[in-house]
Design a protein around this ligand. Structure first.
Ligand SMILES: [Zn+2]
Ligand SMILES: [Zn+2]
Length: 173
């Protein structure tokens, strides 16, 4: 089993990243750490027309900048991400590869006009991070509504699933 490196993409809530380490170690049965020296500046991926950041460009940059060394490299940011064919994405991953990127931008209750709920928002970040890492293991979307690999295009759908893989998906990790 390979290790997990979290790369902070500015700006990002470092405390939220720290809180991911223990559950990631537990779910993937591996070591997990945060890149504390070389943070990624996403300015190059900013799209002035959309006022969002291109997640595919960020993914390529992560791949070219941080050696996976046999493990997984996951960029996490609080900026809003998009891919050209979609309004937004919570994250993007290299299927059966090494890298992924996740955004907390649309995981916050504040974004939808509600009061902050740090516990719920941290759970959402964990689920989306586990989901994208799952894609790097070659997993596609799962029909089990409780499985973390179930597709989610809204926070309501994220809240319905767990942060765990179903038995079938767990077999591929
Ligand atoms: Zn997915
Ligand atoms: Zn599953």
């Amino acid at each position: 089993m390979s290790s997990i490196l979290i790369v902070p993409i500015r700006p990002v809530d470092h405390a939220a990243l720290t809180q991911l380490l223990a559950p990631l170690k537990d779910i993937f049965h591996t070591s997990a750490a945060i890149e504390e020296i070389k943070y990624l500046d996403p300015a190059f991926a900013f799209d002035t027309y959309r006022n969002q950041y291109n997640s595919t460009l960020l993914l390529a940059k992560i791949l070219g900048t941080y050696p996976a060394a046999g493990g997984k490299v996951i960029g996490i940011t609080s900026v809003d991400l998009f891919v050209p064919v979609l309004t937004y994405v919570f994250g993007e991953a290299q299927l059966d590869g090494t890298s992924a990127v996740v955004s907390s931008f649309r995981l916050h209750e504040f974004f939808y006009g509600y009061d902050p709920n740090p516990v719920l928002e941290q759970q959402r970040l964990l689920k989306e991070t586990v989901h994208e890492i799952g894609h790097t293991f070659g997993l596609i979307h799962c029909h089990n509504p409780e499985c973390v690999m179930h597709t989610s295009t809204s926070v309501e759908e994220i809240d319905l699933k767990s942060e765990r893989f179903c038995t079938e998906c767990a077999g591929s990790i």
